[in-house]
Design a binder for this molecule. Structure first.
Ligand code: F6P
Length: 331
């Protein structure tokens, strides 16, 4: 049991993710239900350092459950990496009577949470990022909605690709993580998927696979490329360059599409809302015990909390079964 928590702050930080609002709502309602005061902090750690905050009540979070984005706004705050920034954040918490903070964000945000916790302000992280790239948890809020958005959009691309008998290269987000690409490939029947975790060879992994399917009568193709491949792979190529290569080698007209920020918006799926509610609720229960420096995670479909410091040291394992599945059903 740590210090008594009477007032909690909530902030969202880093890239937004559909379902962040559902988490903010769950945190607010759980805290108010348990008799705590709730302070909404605008624009992440940047807002914390400026004291940009307001008291929230039950109605502050009305009508946000179904909305993408975050009602608290978000920011990436390089100043918070510096000790002076964290110190300022701590001072603002003391000034505003904030006893602990729930930080909704990704890896970068949790480093900020850890540093603030080290200065005596208990912080609990809730994993919110479409990338699903946080090693300690099977799921990050925003991922399911993003995969659904990608699927819906690739289904449209596939219609025109089928009519024109073309190949479409579609680039999806995910930073250094290929989860959006891999799951979308399974959802969309992609002939090939390139992810940053696995070194690729265009001839072997795309052209030869296409040629094999051409021999069985296939005339239109979806190739999914994770943005990490275009940014961080050895000999990284853009999706347009990959499309050019495919066209030259197969003779099929090939177009490339970058789905971009469309993947970060939109109504959260039902699954997203349920997980957001469970994680948000759990975060307040942890903080209410005065326990800081924790991160909420999903493990074996259960919501648990783990030491933040330990969690930040973990590395994410690629789901090789999922990769094999995508590969073996794509022919
Ligand atoms: O981390 C979420 C994410 O959408 C990544 O997939 C992407 O690389 C990045 O954020 C884009 O960031 P920004 O919105 O700052 O361009």
């Amino acid at each position: 049991m740590g210090k008594e928590i009477k007032t909690i702050g909530i902030l969202s930080s880093g890239g937004d993710a559909p379902g962040m609002n559902a988490v903010i709502r769950a945190i607010t309602r759980t805290a108010l239900y348990n008799g705590m005061k709730v302070i909404g902090i605008r624009r992440g750690f940047a807002g914390l350092m400026k004291g940009d905050m307001f008291e929230m009540n039950m109605r502050s979070v009305s009508d946000i459950l179904q909305r993408g984005g975050t009602m608290l706004h978000t920011a990436r705050s390089p100043e918070f990496v510096e000790d002076a920034g964290v110190e300022l954040g701590k001072e603002k918490c003391l000034e505003m009577g904030i006893d602990g903070i729930v930080v909704c964000g990704g890896d970068g945000s949790f480093r900020g949470a850890r540093d603030l916790a080290a200065k005596g302000i208990p912080c609990v992280g809730v994993p919110c990022t479409i990338d699903n790239d946080i090693p300690c948890t099977e799921y990050t809020i925003g991922f399911d909605t993003a995969v659904n958005t990608v699927t819906e959009n690739i289904d449209r691309i596939r219609d025109t690709s089928q009519s024109h008998e073309r190949c479409s290269v579609v680039e999806v987000m995910g930073r250094r993580c290929g989860d959006i690409a891999l799951q979308s490939a399974i959802c969309c029947g992609a002939v090939s998927v390139l992810i940053p975790e696995v070194p690729y060879d265009l001839e072997r992994d795309v052209v030869e696979k296409m040629q094999r399917t051409i021999r069985t009568g296939k005339r239109h193709f979806i190739v999914i490329v994770a943005e990490g491949v275009t940014l961080y792979s050895k000999d990284a190529k853009s999706s347009a360059e990959i499309a050019d290569y495919i066209e030259k080698r197969t003779g099929f007209i090939t177009r490339s599409t970058i789905l971009g920020h469309i993947q970060r918006g939109g109504t959260p799926t039902a699954r997203e809302r349920v997980i957001a509610a469970r994680m948000g609720h759990h975060a307040v229960e942890v903080l209410a015990r005065g326990i800081g420096n924790r991160i909420i995670a999903m493990q074996a479909n259960k919501i648990v909390d783990l030491d933040l410091e330990e969690a930040l040291k973990m590395t994410k394992e690629l789901d090789v079964d999922m990769l094999r599945t995508a590969h073996e059903i794509s022919l």
